[in-house]
Design a protein around this ligand. Sequence first.
Ligand code: FES
Length: 119
Amino acid sequence: MSEGTYYPVAKTADIEQGKCKAFHIDGHDVLIARTKTDDFYAVENLCSHADAALEGGRIRGNHIMCPLHGARFSLIDGSFGPPAWAPIKTYTLRVEGDQVEVLITGPLEKKARGAMGMF
Ligand code: FES
């Protein structure tokens, strides 16, 4: 099994503090978030509640709020609050100098939407 590849995604200056930006990386829709305390995180850009993009959501501490219905996700481990019903994927991220890089380890796993009565 592949250990993955770090993809250079953006310069640190491309993402303002307290904001996030979406990128398409080798088949993965990844959201890079920069907190107001200058930490960078990478999560999937897809809310588990109703498949809305998380881009544009507010960053509060180490969490992102879905812009559609307000579900709150941890940027650290993808854990969630209602109305979401499942965690989101997180990615390993590193900052090398002024370059933000995301580790992609394989093909994106398809989620079984609808398993919790979501249609
Ligand atoms: S789509 Fe994200 S909370 Fe509903």
